[in-house]
Design a protein around this ligand. Sequence first.
Ligand code: COA
Length: 217
Amino acid sequence: MLSRISIPVVRAAMEKPLSSNAFLQFVPKDMSARRRIEFMAGRICAARSLREMGVGAEFPLPVKDRLPVWPSDVLGSISHCATMAVAMTARKTRYCALGIDVEPLIAPNVALEIQQCICCNEELIGMEKHMPCQVRSLTLLFSAKEALYKALFPLVGQFKDFHAAELCEFDVGSVVLRLTHDWNACWRVGTKIRVRYAWLGLVVVSVVCIPANLWRK
Ligand SMILES: CC(C)(COP(=O)(O)OP(=O)(O)OC[C@H]1O[C@@H](n2cnc3c(N)ncnc32)[C@H](O)[C@@H]1OP(=O)(O)O)[C@@H](O)C(=O)NCCC(=O)NCCS
């Protein structure tokens, strides 16, 4: 189940006076104003997705090691940027890993600075046929790799940099990433994972959903 909300809508709701503001009681006190709004927007999306699945959960979800704690039979992933938040949830009986990422188009000067950290030249060249704009390609690769990381991190429990996976196929609507080394004993070098994506204006949304039957213990 996928849910999306616009950040300005959440900001307007959170700027209501304290007495009539249903949200403020739930927001952690130690967050900046911007972080609070994005955090709450992500949690609203998560709550909506769970409700649509018919799953009851505490609002906002508890946090452990910076990750939301989902109801026991559910997987989920949250992402937010300055303009929107998204969340995705599914039953563990159907999927073993979910990851979602939203990423605004990277500014050209920033793209130049971070390109080498995100990918090799060959990966960008591989995308040129379908996406001639390198900044778009880089934004998509960045987002796809973050979605992959968010899907696998709960299973692997280790930080992985952006060269831990590389582009091996690129199509309109999806890319395939290949692990460049073993992420753990289950997620081995060479494993290919499809990442679906869609551009919503200048923001790309990337999604990884790995079916439960691919789960290797
Ligand atoms: C963890 C990370 C992917 C989050 O991405 P981001 O663009 O900064 O933030 P997003 O808005 O997309 O996601 C944040 C949400 O993801 C969740 N999250 C945080 N850390 C996470 C992790 N390690 N794994 C999965 N989900 C995570 C949380 O729900 C968080 O939102 P909340 O704190 O408001 O609940 C990023 O900070 C990071 O560390 N990236 C480097 C590692 C990487 O991507 N490697 C690529 C390997 S190929």
